[in-house]
Design a binder for this molecule. Sequence first.
Ligand SMILES: Cc1cc2nc3c(=O)[nH]c(=O)nc-3n(C[C@H](O)[C@H](O)[C@H](O)COP(=O)(O)O)c2cc1C
Length: 278
Amino acid sequence: MRACDKISVEIYYFSGTGNSLHVAREIRKRITETELIPIVSLLNKNIIKTNAKIVGFVFPIHLAMAPAAVIEFLKKLDLRSAEYIFTVATRAGSQHRAFIDLENILKKKGKSLDSYFSLNMPSNDPKFEGWEPATDEEIRKLESNVQNKLDSIQEIILKKEKYHEEDTEFITHMPAFPILSIFLPFLNRFYNVEFYADSKCARCGTCERVCLSGKVKMIDGKPVWHKDIQCFFCHACLNYCPEQAVQIKSSRLLKSFTEENERYSHPYATADDIAGQK
Ligand SMILES: Cc1cc2nc3c(=O)[nH]c(=O)nc-3n(C[C@H](O)[C@H](O)[C@H](O)COP(=O)(O)O)c2cc1C
């Protein structure tokens, strides 16, 4: 049990490149008695208990879903103290089914999401042909929308209002979505991309430091992605490598273009901020 009964809001967050961390911090600026708790720091616990009456989850969308680490965490979380639960998902703009999945988990605990929102932010997934990181101008525009939306989110949370964001983008409106959604939970299993460091690697160990799952280990001064440790696909190793030496290997299902593409991390989130989640 955490010893912080006075804290009125707890936000549990997961962030590979700082977008979701930025959002969590911005909510804390607006609702001052908020404690930010990194999900990764709790994953090795068997039972995790909230103390707050208002509880939030902030994380990125991965492959149209909540990251596997977030799902694992939520399944263990004892939410009995929570009287109001909200979620903010950050994404690069595509539709997802994260809220449906979260609702299903919470339902088994006799809880539900009182409000949920998604925020469009720059993409941190440089493996596609022609991918380019958001320009400063695009980041400014996205950030301005994020700030406006966070003002509304703050009001909704403080008034403990119900708010289920109407999603107007494509997947949920496709006739095939109910069928597609059956297969989505299995998509993670097929998303088995492999990482490696190319000859630009300066052996600085940043990849090991920011790796949220503990998969990257420096062995004889070189990074090794351990086969037996499950990757969280947060892309921190890929995006924070100062030499852009970390790459994704092409697989039969996916051709990767990381060798040609630039990288992205949130302008206010350092490698130390990401590593600090562990
Ligand atoms: C492996 C992976 C899969 C992603 N899948 C999606 C997706 O399905 N839809 C989407 O809009 N964004 C997707 N993104 C982009 C991230 O959700 C987005 O950039 C997010 O804000 C990153 O947050 P973070 O910096 O807190 O990790 C994906 C990113 C990664 C690394």
